[in-house]
Design a protein around this ligand. Structure first.
Ligand code: ATP
Length: 294
């Protein structure tokens, strides 16, 4: 498989407070890859390092096979980046901002840019400072998409957007990757949107990647099961995350790929029901497990 982003052994710490990695992460070319994880897991840190904002302590990032820092200009020309932290206010009006940005990108597409502005209900004459928060995010997306980058790095691009705007943005992202060479890495807490629109998912927790794979395969790997216990209630274990116990009843998230048959046989558990999970259910279960509640 060809990877647009190939992260190998990446490490970065902020004092003793947080350590990212060692992180290996692979974003297949042509995919929409959702990077998910609890607050403070390291998603923004990972995306920022890809954008050469901050310096890793170990490891390497290859973007289209190029080292992200050794070939910074070539790499950045291939990337469209959106983050709520981007602030374009200093340009005054939208048309001035676009005139500035288009100079840096040989592939800038004026017609596409106008089309995006229209679809996202922005006007070149709009004053940037007076746009709503969502309007500013949309403007960031117009800037990021208009040079038709091969890779979009989107850090919380739908934060603060209403449901209609979110759909518009995901519609544009899908259109942008309809050309199979284009790739999107998106970090978001909008898990139902990510479940619907991504084809790959990576779950990061405490700076470590716990799960990575095709979104539907990752979600289908787990189920929410109810049991009755004939003896002592079981504790959680890898692949069996206890959610709730009451009397002799146990509810657990079960990893169907974990080798649990022998353990089940000796556990005294009798399964009553099994239900599929959503990405959001899975996220909550894995986050809970992290806190030792599992
Ligand atoms: N410049 C910095 N200096 C010190 N600590 C930092 C810095 N940047 C991030 N951190 C810390 O690193 C950890 C990871 O932060 P990061 O922003 O990568 O998380 P995240 O997964 O994007 O979280 P969220 O979902 O809340 O946006 C957090 O504990 C954060 O406080």
């Amino acid at each position: 498989m060809e990877y647009s982003i190939d992260i190998q052994g990446l490490e970065k710490s902020f004092g003793s407070k947080f350590k990212l990695g060692p992180l290996d992460l692979h974003v297949p070319t042509g995919s929409i890859y959702g990077l998910i994880g609890p607050n403070g897991a390291g998603k923004t840190t990972t995306i920022d390092l890809c954008m050469n904002m901050g310096k890793e302590e170990a490891g390497a990032i290859y973007i289209f096979g190029k080292h992200h820092r050794n070939e910074v200009v070539a790499v950045k020309q291939e990337i469209g980046y959106v983050s709520p932290d981007l602030n374009f206010d200093a340009w005054g009006k939208i048309h001035r901002l676009l005139r500035y940005y288009r100079k840096f990108y040989p592939e800038w597409d004026d017609a596409y840019c106008s089309e995006l502005l229209g679809k996202l209900e922005l006007k070149p004459s709009d004053r940037i400072k007076t746009l709503s928060f969502g309007g500013k995010i949309k403007l960031g997306l117009v800037v990021a998409l208009s040079h038709r980058p091969k890779l979009l790095l989107l850090d919380e691009p739908t934060i603060g957007l209403d449901a209609v705007s979110k759909q518009q943005i995901f519609g544009e992202l899908l259109a942008a990757v309809s050309d199979s060479d284009r790739t999107v890495l998106i970090s978001s807490h909008g898990l139902s949107d990510l479940e619907r629109f991504t084809d790959q998912i990576g779950f990061i927790r405490d700076g470590q990647l716990l799960l990575e794979g095709a979104t539907d395969e990752v979600v289908q790997r787990y189920c929410l099961c109810d049991y009755t216990a004939s003896g002592t209630l079981p504790q959680g274990r890898p692949g069996f995350i206890v959610q709730h116990t009451e009397g002799d009843r146990v509810r657990a998230v079960v990893d169907k790929s974990a080798d649990l048959d022998a353990w089940f046989a000796s556990s005294g558990l009798t399964q009553i029901s099994s239900a599929p999970m959503t990405l959001e259910d899975l996220f909550v279960a894995l986050a809970k497990e992290e806190n030792g509640d599992g």
